[in-house]
Design a protein around this ligand. Structure first.
Ligand SMILES: Nc1ncnc2c1ncn2[C@@H]1O[C@H](COP(=O)(O)OP(=O)(O)OP(=O)(O)O)[C@@H](O)[C@H]1O
Length: 299
């Protein structure tokens, strides 16, 4: 892809017996909110740690803003904004002081933009961080990560533990950044939230990249296909296309499937042992659950 902000080429990482990432290749285009979804332990944080140069891949190549993550970790960390899932802040400092402290690493405009962000987030500049709420601390971490106006902002679980108003503010600020041509990569379990703000969605499952698509395209081509068999022991062909999950409940069969060919219904004609074939669009949550279900299920 021409102007990818992030590019992973067959990246693998193993911790002991755990294959945290398994030959993951993906490209993140410029100016989008890109959501990385996966269950606990799927490999999201590992990917983010590789992107930010805190870990090296065992094999494969990762590039961020054109830099190799193994050769230019410092350049990358200076250029991107990053908020980890547990941001460490100097507790004894006031919000304003930590801004001055961090400003030393960035351009002259940093302190002013930082204070503007604190004001926009309604965080008091003169209160010690140890006396702040979890939401206020999260806002400080976000303000510190964005005051140098990075081309790429990386957020690991940015809204976990925050109340709905603060979550909304966070997500809106991400959409605003993308509208200005900046790129935001966020990892999350909050599917409904992601569905509201993401332009692109990647789903990792057990270290493997299962889905990586613009959200609209994914939604437009993924369906829940339900069919009733003439007899519960009838053998039925699985719909052509990419089948993410298949569940049988007596005579009822339910598939989550994408890339159905145009004439897919012809597969289930009068002689097929099937009647009542219904296809409805799948929500992102249904796609996520289907992708993360390993085996065919019988309910
Ligand atoms: N430093 C480490 N040492 C050993 N195992 C690790 C290490 N870091 C991650 N792992 C393992 O690698 C796998 C992927 O972990 P990772 O933290 O990337 O998942 P995640 O998708 O971010 O999960 P969560 O949503 O729970 O934060 C897990 O099985 C985890 O136990």
């Amino acid at each position: 892809m021409g102007n990818s902000v992030i590019s992973l080429e067959s990246v693998s990482k193993r911790y002991g017996r755990t294959q945290a990432l398994d030959h993951v290749s993906l490209e993140v285009p410029e100016g989008v909110v890109f959501a990385l979804l996966g269950e606990n332990g799927a490999g999201k944080t590992t990917m983010i740690r590789i992107l930010t140069g805190f870990e090296n891949p065992d094999s494969g190549h990762a590039r961020v803003l054109g830099h190799s993550t193994t050769d230019a970790a410092m350049e990358i960390r200076r250029a991107v904004g990053y908020v980890s899932d547990a941001p460490a802040l100097y507790d004894w400092m006031q919000a304003e002081e930590i801004g001055w402290f961090t400003a030393a690493f960035y351009d002259d405009a940093f302190p002013m933009r930082y204070l503007e962000l604190l004001a926009a987030f309604d965080v008091p500049a003169g209160v010690k961080i140890k006396n702040m709420s979890k939401g206020q601390r999260a806002k400080i971490a976000l303000a510190l990560a964005t005051a140098h106006d990075p081309k790429l902002l990386i957020l690991d679980e940015p809204t976990s533990g925050l109340d709905p108003m603060v979550r909304r503010q966070f997500l809106e600020s991400m959409v605003d950044r993308a509208a200005l041509g900046r790129t935001v990569l966020l990892s999350s379990h909050q599917i409904s939230e992601v569905e509201r703000v993401a332009d692109w969605v990647a789903i990792v499952h057990k270290g493997k990249l299962k889905v990586c698509e613009p959200l609209e395209a994914l939604r437009a081509k993924t369906f829940i296909v339900t069919m009733t068999l003439d007899h519960s022991d009838s053998t039925v062909a699985v719909p052509h296309g990419k089948v993410y999950s298949e569940v049988q409940n007596g005579r009822q069969l339910r598939f989550v499937v994408s890339d159905l060919p145009e004439d897919w219904r012809s597969q289930f004609g009068p002689e097929s042992g099937v009647n009542d074939v219904v296809a409805v669009p799948a929500s992102l949550e249904e796609i996520f659950v289907a992708v993360c279900t390993d085996d065919k299920a019988i309910a």
